[in-house]
Design a protein around this ligand. Structure first.
Ligand code: PRT
Ligand code: MG
Length: 217
């Protein structure tokens, strides 16, 4: 049995076409079912639904053989024990620094002030500001980062941005782009060896689907 870990939402939605390219069809809609294990049209392949941040952990410890996870999540996890064969080029966004429109970020950084930065992405934020020589106090949050500068909890946030609409709706401005993000296929290293005959065709189909995307409909 091959187990693929996915998170509900954009990663699940954007992985479905890749699965279809590998001849795999999920037989239940996670938005309509409460099941956490979803069968597929292939008796040897199943999908498990986990929180986005738990996908690398499931694959690391063998709770799943394969998974799809954002590069952001992978960096924060550390990636240990995971084979990362493929950038799937899906769920694209960027990690950015954002502040209140009335906060003078450039001057704060130039004057070497200590910045208070709220984020779920503490590893990415720590590396980024260390590289710039900016002193930061990191405040770990698990969601709704946009609220932190608005309530005075922090001067800045480090968060994912795609359209920028969420920042705009909260009167925040993006002042630096830290890195581009897309989702990766991750594979348990032992599974890759022990179940290679089942896993390799999935890897090959994903690779082909990513390098020759279907024409826009
Ligand atoms: O939502 P939940 O707390 O359950 O988990 P999660 O946020 O970890 O998972 P999910 O499914 O929201 O995100 C999974 C992965 O999708 C992330 O790890 C990223 O790699 C990728 N991704 C791509 C995004 C976005 N685009 C994105 N826009 N993840 C989150 N967002 C957020 C963004 O931070 C903002 O709050 O969506 C909101 C809308 O963005 P704008 O800029 O389009 O307004
Ligand atoms: Mg989310």
């Amino acid at each position: 049995m091959i187990t693929l870990a996915l998170s509900k939402g954009r990663i699940y939605d954007e992985t479905l076409p890749l699965l279809a390219a590998a001849g795999i069809e999920v037989l239940e809609d996670p938005e309509k079912s409460r099941k956490l294990i979803l069968p597929t049209n292939q008796p040897g392949v199943r999908v498990v639904l986990v929180r986005a941040t738990d996908v690398p952990t499931y694959v690391e410890y063998g709770g799943a053989d394969l998974g799809v996870t954002g590069k952001d999540t992978l960096i924060e996890h550390g990636g240990q024990g995971l084979y990362q064969p493929l950038d799937l080029n899906i769920a694209r966004c960027r990690v950015s620094v954002a502040v209140r429109a009335d906060f003078d970020y450039a001057t704060a950084v130039r004057q070497g002030s200590r910045l208070r930065v709220a984020t779920k992405y503490t590893a990415i934020a720590r590396d980024f500001f260390a590289g710039k020589g900016v002193h930061v106090d990191l405040i770990k949050l698990y969601g709704s980062m946009e609220l932190a500068p608005l309530t005075g909890l922090a001067d800045a946030i480090v968060d994912l941005v795609s359209t920028g609409n969420t920042l705009k709706a909260n009167q925040l401005v993006e002042v630096e782009r830290i890195m581009d993000i897309s989702s990766r296929l991750v594979v348990n290293q032992a599974a890759l060896k022990l179940k290679q005959r089942a896993i390799q065709p999935i890897l090959d189909a994903f690779t082909n689907a990513v390098s020759s995307p279907a024409s826009p409909s």
